[in-house]
Design a protein around this ligand. Structure first.
Ligand code: C2O
Length: 547
């Protein structure tokens, strides 16, 4: 194993898309940012230098950070932000994970433009549990705003209403030729006939789950969130923000001179306005750059499910199974020490004094878990926990069950009371934990991709309607459930996952739709140290930023 050094310079860069030039925040002046490439077992040191006026942190999404919680990155959870002119070196080892993840800014909405791939290759002399690809290609999905994304979320929080949607979806930073002014801003992938390509798909969009497909080609899914799955073929892949997946693309041996479209478009249900536009890229065979007939584009597009096709999404997620073989076993907790039943959803909260709120009936939008809308403190939770100075920073009374039991589906309940607090859950070291996330559908059935920091979990069950604690556990898959770090709570349904709390620290869990996180759909877990020296969280590094 090696040690790899990276420097990430946070700077402004003028970027033009859709004929709008916007001064955006970037890493090393790139959009998307540079890939972090390492082998399993490597130590990685990334020095992040902040040259801009905004406070910044970077999160290595999906990296387990075993006993390196200080390098996890969510602002006010594991660290205070890196301020103007300051630097912080993230220092961690990639243990037991292979595949694709992503890094992104973890403060306010800065990840709109501060994000990039994490590529974890197998150790030297190790190979993939599938055919060796001819080439590997990262494909990063994002969103482009014609204005500063920070102004969008700041305005939404001030008015208590919903934010404006982005102006385009992008593939590797490019909107594609279906958007205005974008005929030259189209991602192109040149391929040879009869070869296998490994596409490393990353959904770095702020607020949209996306369908992805390539016309006339099927894809073989081999991995999800840097965990191998039993390979399966599909025409369409669904990725929630924060999710990643490796897929194999076999090119047709008979195509020598041909052009096909790849496309991504959102999956969305529930309230609010959604942009249902399509980002496209081009797959070119050979040296051809066959001109695209402007009138023929619709017929060249792949078929994507309808924007609200929840059945497709549910069936797709049920196809994902851990590889679960001797070399890559599934270590699913078979018994449970701690059970949590958490309702996740949108609701409304009273409009603060002196504000004019644009949510329904003059209230403001709020999002919550068990009716608690999580408030971030002004100092870092992990620092407060480590120095045993919780007083005033956080409480440890987060409810393991909802405060108001009601039927979460069907008629919207009228009790949408939401309280603001910084309340955490404490887990003993190595507890086996089961979490059922139940969508509340108060403002309409909407899917929520929940992301847990510091762990992978096994998705043991999911369903529509209300979770039934007497019936549903009998159908849990405890053999080969998919292992992920981000799970979609089905629109109008529930998902159950299990994990071992084997990583001491403070770990954030939140909806990876940034607007929901901003509205409070977030919480944090404290995992206590274990008795042995190698089960304890070491002290913070000397350069950890101060608030
Ligand atoms: Cu990818 Cu807490 O985020």
């Amino acid at each position: 194993a090696k040690t790899r050094h990276y420097t990430f310079n946070i700077r402004y860069q003028n970027v033009t898309r859709l004929c709008h030039t916007v001064k955006v925040l970037t890493v090393n002046r790139r959009l998307p940012g540079p890939p972090l490439v390492a082998r399993e077992g490597d130590r990685v040191l990334i020095k992040v230098i902040n040259h801009v006026a905004e406070n910044v942190t970077i999160h290595w999404h999906g990296v387990r950070q075993l006993r390196t919680g200080w390098a996890d990155g969510p602002a006010y959870v594991t660290q205070c932000p890196i301020q103007t002119g300051q630097a912080y070196t993230y220092n961690f080892t990639l243990k037991g994970q292979m595949g694709t993840l992503l890094w992104h800014a973890h403060i306010s909405w800065l990840r709109a433009t501060i994000h990039g791939p994490i590529i974890i290759l197998p150790r030297r002399n190790e190979s993939y549990p599938f055919e060796k690809p001819h080439r590997e290609v990262p494909i990063v999905f994002g969103e482009w705003f014609n204005v500063d994304p920070e102004s969008v979320i700041q305005q939404a929080l001030q008015t208590g209403g919903g934010p404006n949607v982005s102006d385009a979806y992008t593939i590797n930073g490019l909107p594609g030729l279906l958007y205005n002014c974008s005929s030259n801003d189209t991602f192109k992938l040149k391929v040879k006939p009869g070869k296998t390509y490994l596409l490393r798909l990353i959904n770095a969009a702020l607020n949209d789950e996306l369908f992805f497909s390539i016309a006339n080609h099927s894809l073989t899914v081999v991995d999800a969130d840097a965990s191998y799955v039993k390979p399966f073929q599909t025409d369409v892949v669904l990725l929630s923000p924060g999710q990643t997946s490796n897929v194999l693309l076999k090119t047709n041996p008979n195509f020598t001179n041909a052009t096909f479209f790849m496309a991504a478009r959102p999956y969305a249900t529930g309230q609010g306005t959604f942009d249902n536009s399509t980002t496209v890229g081009i797959l070119h065979y050979g040296h051809s750059s066959t001109p695209i007939p402007a009138t023929g584009i619709p017929s060249l597009l792949p078929n994507l499910p309808a924007i609200n096709d929840t059945n497709f999404v549910f069936n797709f997620s049920r196809k994902l199974r851990s590889l679960a073989n001797a070399k890559f076993p599934a270590k699913v907790p078979q018994t449970v020490d701690k059970k949590f039943f958490l309702t996740v959803g949108l609701g409304t909260a009273p409009c603060p004094n002196n504000a004019t709120c644009q949510g329904s009936n003059g209230t403001k939008f709020a999002a919550s878990i068990n009716n608690v809308s999580f408030a971030l403190p002004s100092t870092a939770l992990l620092q407060a926990y480590f120095s045993r100075r919780a007083n005033g920073v956080y409480r440890t009374d987060f409810p393991a069950r909802p405060i108001f039991p009601f039927n979460y589906t069907g008629t919207p309940p009228n009790n949408t009371f939401v309280s603001n607090s910084t309340s955490l859950v404490v887990l003993p070291f190595n507890a086996s934990v089961e979490v059922v996330l139940q969508g509340t559908s108060i403002l309409g059935a909407e899917s929520h991709p929940l992301h847990l920091h510091g762990f992978n979990f096994y998705i043991v069950g999911e369903g529509f309607g209300n979770f039934d604690p007497n019936k549903d556990p009998a159908n849990f898959n405890l053999v080969d459930p998919v292992e992920r770090n981000t799970a979609g709570v089905p629109a109008g349904g529930w998902v159950a996952f299990r994990f071992f709390a084997d990583n001491p620290g403070v770990w954030f869990m939140h909806c990876h739709l940034d607007v929901h996180t901003s509205w409070g759909l977030r919480m944090a877990w404290i995992v206590l140290d274990g008795p042995k020296p190698n089960q304890k969280l070491p002290p913070p590094p000397a350069d950890l930023p101060k608030c």
